[in-house]
Design a binder for this molecule. Structure first.
Ligand code: ATP
Length: 388
């Protein structure tokens, strides 16, 4: 399947007094002015055997993207090329008629997804055992709990084994044991060469089930690629956004007697610093002092939300910044075998007076740690499993 420059715009809500103007706009320009743009120029390919996670903040356009792909919504611009059978588990119970029993809905849904009457009969036992909702299958769907609706919907889709499976956070609805069953089924389906697109806010699940990820933000593709790279940049971005809301920039004091003039992190990559987990981060500081005595420098690492992780001062280790010009000093520090887990971090530096008594200036530079791991937390602790 291929999406080429897909955009979706909702027309503006027209109040009764403006109807005539909107009508003329439509007549002359072919489209109403204004409105809300929900998807903007989205392009990507999904090849057979691919598993793609769609991630992004609330309102980013993820559900709209799936609806455009499944044909529930028409794109305003752009093209979608599809091949093979597509089965979608979108909104809860979409495609079910609440007045009919689960059993009748099962048959209608399976037929809609392309199973013949004989195939439905043949797979009936499997579908019923997968859904595992007992005698409720003979009750009208309007009496079902949301979990039961998802069970039935998923059981039907599983029996069809579509070429492309599309799911939208529905797994979040079922109970723990049913979620596990679905995940096991999806793993088997992918291992057999199935293709899947799923929307999820659960990065753990996306990393477990998807090879690639597409991050949508305000209707645009913010990033697309390897699932670990994309989910980790997304999480780091969130942490930074959250940190900015929580604590405004702090500590910068350009008139301080002891100042940090420059802080450079490396490896630098297109203006941002990206370090592989276990790799090395270098920090270079240039400082000024008013009294011909070298300032004390403290360098630390904080998580993007501001949680301090580690800090060390030149005076702790008995080193001094070196003079590079009158009143100007430089010092470098390397953190090797970086044990930080993938995520967003910042290196924070402070300039202190030469006695190391008072902090005068603070500077922060962000960096990202990447790596293919699903461990959680801040740092990797050395560990060893034992089976007693
Ligand atoms: N019929 C509509 N008219 C105008 N705007 C709409 C309409 N339907 C959805 N939107 C807007 O489109 C944007 C994207 O919605 P969408 O449901 O695709 O986001 P999402 O990424 O799936 O969000 P969430 O993670 O909260 O489920 C939202 O800002 C929403 O308000």
């Amino acid at each position: 399947m291929r999406l080429d420059g897909v955009s979706k715009r909702y027309p503006p809500t027209v109040r009764s007094g403006e109807r005539m103007r909107a009508f003329w706009q439509l007549l002359w320009r072919g489209q109403a002015q204004g409105g809300t743009s929900v998807l903007e120029d989205v392009s990507f390919d999904i090849i057979p055997g691919e598993s793609l996670g769609i991630i992004g903040s609330n309102g980013a356009g993820k559900s709209t993207l799936l609806k455009v792909i499944t044909g529930v919504l028409e794109p305003t611009r752009g093209e979608i090329q599809k091949r093979g059978s597509v089965a979608a588990l979108l909104e809860l119970g979409a495609g079910f008629d609440p007045e009919y029993t689960g059993f009748d809905n099962l048959r209608m849904n399976a037929a809609f997804l392309g199973l013949s009457r004989a195939q439905v009969e043949e797979r009936l036992d499997d579908i019923l055992s997968f859904a595992d909702i007992g005698d409720s299958i003979h009750e009208p769907v309007k009496h079902y709990s949301s979990g039961m609706v998802v069970r039935l919907g998923f059981a039907v889709v599983a029996s069809v084994r579509p070429d492309l499976l599309i799911t939208d956070e529905v797994l979040a609805v079922g109970d723990e044991s049913f979620q596990k069953k679905c995940i096991r089924w999806i793993e088997g389906y992918l291992a057999d060469g199935g293709t899947m697109m799923m929307v999820s806010h659960n990065m753990y699940q996306v990393q477990k089930l998807c090879r690639h990820a597409l991050w949508l933000e305000a209707g645009r593709v913010a990033r697309y690629g390897d699932v670990f790279d994309v989910t980790q940049s997304y999480l780091a971005w969130h942490e930074r956004k959250h940190a900015r809301q929580e604590s405004p920039a702090h500590g910068r004091n350009e008139n301080a007697p002891y100042r940090i003039d420059r802080m450079v992190l490396s490896p630098a990559n297109d203006g941002s610093t990206v370090v592989a987990m276990g790799g090395r981060l270098d920090v270079r500081l240039e400082l000024s002092s008013p009294d011909e005595r070298p300032p004390v420098a403290v360098v630390g690492v904080v998580r993007a939300d501001g949680t301090p992780i580690y800090g060390v001062g030149t005076d702790h280790d008995g080193v001094e910044p070196v003079e590079i010009a009158p009143g100007r000093y430089a010092i470098e520090i390397s953190f090797s075998d970086l044990p930080l887990l993938p995520g967003g971090y910042a290196a924070r530096a402070h300039a202190l007076d030469s006695e190391g008594l008072r902090m005068h200036d603070t500077v922060e530079e962000t960096f990202t740690v990447t790596g293919k791991t699903r461990e959680v937390g801040l740092v990797r602790l050395k560990h060893e499993w034992r089976r007693p």
